[in-house]
Design a protein around this ligand. Structure first.
Ligand code: GDD
Length: 327
């Protein structure tokens, strides 16, 4: 039985990846903060079926606890490690991103060092992001696009990426990188725009009135469905060569399109319920990030399966069910 370690197992991607790997017969281990584990025990994680985590081996080790990480990794011969944990909000001001940069780089380095020391044959997946391209010169972006990050998060991820590349090239480790574009689901945290909108559409339809405040309605993104993207992570680590892959849909939608898809699903006209507020505008909105997933489709056979509209409808339906149940 293959053993996998997932950092960030209580997050959106960690949840779907754990579910997917358990389904493939893996023994799944997860790292989480002590508070995350307490939330699982007291059933405080919104709508997370506790059965899923009961089937995993959970370890309360913070990624900044190097001795704790070393101990854990020295004891279990993992076959695959999926490094998903990171501070990940792009809207943070650069000057406030000190912790994001420091933590995201150090945790990646600790993990790589421990794995190289104890299980150099363990395959390592690094969760890269389209934010590493920042303000790209071309659209759609492929793996050859020069990196030009514009946020503390993007800078930290790019530094992590270069660490990973060095472990691959200098130490011969099997390190695969997914450069993932936005990916959403009913488990997305509410500070991200998709979930903010689907929760509002559900709430307003149940209450019969209400408004939501958003930033730039013309901002566009390449939005995919998170359960599709965790399949890509596994495929990248099970490819015959360790490489970098863009994981994206190649289709752009605007925030206004999101509003239309969510509100029309509950029979409402979004224009009557959406207001704009400059507080939610970003300073950096250059050429929209839109990925070309040609390489991963050609070499690994991965394709997204859930279209934008269907994903938004699933998210609204999940929010309706949650609110109707009083959660
Ligand atoms: N959050 C938010 N709130 N975004 C808004 C709002 C609002 O009220 N109004 C408009 N937007 C626009 C943002 O300006 C941005 O262009 C777009 O909606 C998406 O914003 P987010 O959902 O916050 O996601 P993100 O693109 O900044 O970052 C996500 O995707 C990256 C790429 O995969 C995160 O998941 C990152 O961690 C990830 O790397």
């Amino acid at each position: 039985m293959k053993k996998a370690l997932i950092t960030g197992i209580t997050g959106q991607d960690g949840f779907y990846l754990a579910e997917y790997l358990l389904g493939l017969g893996y023994e799944v281990h997860g790292l989480a903060r002590q508070t995350g584990l307490e939330h699982i025990k007291s059933n405080l994680l919104q709508d997370v079926p506790p059965e899923l985590y009961q089937r995993c081996h959970l370890h309360a080790v913070n990624l900044d606890n190097f001795p704790g990480l070393y101990r854990l990794i020295s004891r279990t011969p993992f076959d695959e490690c999926y490094h998903l944990a990171a501070s990940s909000f792009v809207g943070e001001r650069l000057a406030d991103g000190y912790q994001t940069i420091q933590n995201n780089i150090a945790s990646t380095h600790y993990l790589l060092a421990a794995i190289q020391e104890f299980h150099p044959g363990c395959r390592f997946y690094f969760a890269g992001t389209s934010e590493m391209f920042g303000r790209p010169g071309h659209t759609p972006q492929s793996e050859d696009e020069p990196f030009m990050p514009r946020s503390a998060y993007g800078i930290s991820k790019l530094a992590g990426y270069h660490l990973v590349r060095n472990y691959r090239e200098s130490h011969g480790m099997f390190c695969g990188v997914g450069i993932l574009y936005n990916h959403e689901s009913p488990r997305r945290r509410p500070e991200f725009v998709t979930r903010k909108i689907t929760m509002a559409a559900a709430r307003i339809s149940l209450e019969g009135r209400g408004k939501i405040q958003l930033g730039n309605l013309e901002a566009r993104r390449d939005w995919g469905y998170a359960p599709d993207y965790v399949r890509a992570m596994h495929a990248i680590l099970n490819h015959d060569k360790p490489e970098d892959f863009v994981v994206a849909t190649g289709v752009l939608h605007s925030v206004a399109d999101l509003c239309e898809a969510a509100f029309s699903h509950v029979g409402l006209d979004w224009k009557a319920h959406v207001e704009t507020n400059p507080a939610f505008y970003r300073t950096e909105e250059g050429i929209p990030l839109c990925g070309s997933a040609e390489k991963i489709e050609r070499e690994v056979g991965w394709k997204p399966t859930t279209p934008f509209q269907e994903m938004v409808h699933r998210m609204v339906d999940a929010d309706l069910a949650r609110l109707s149940a009083g959660r």
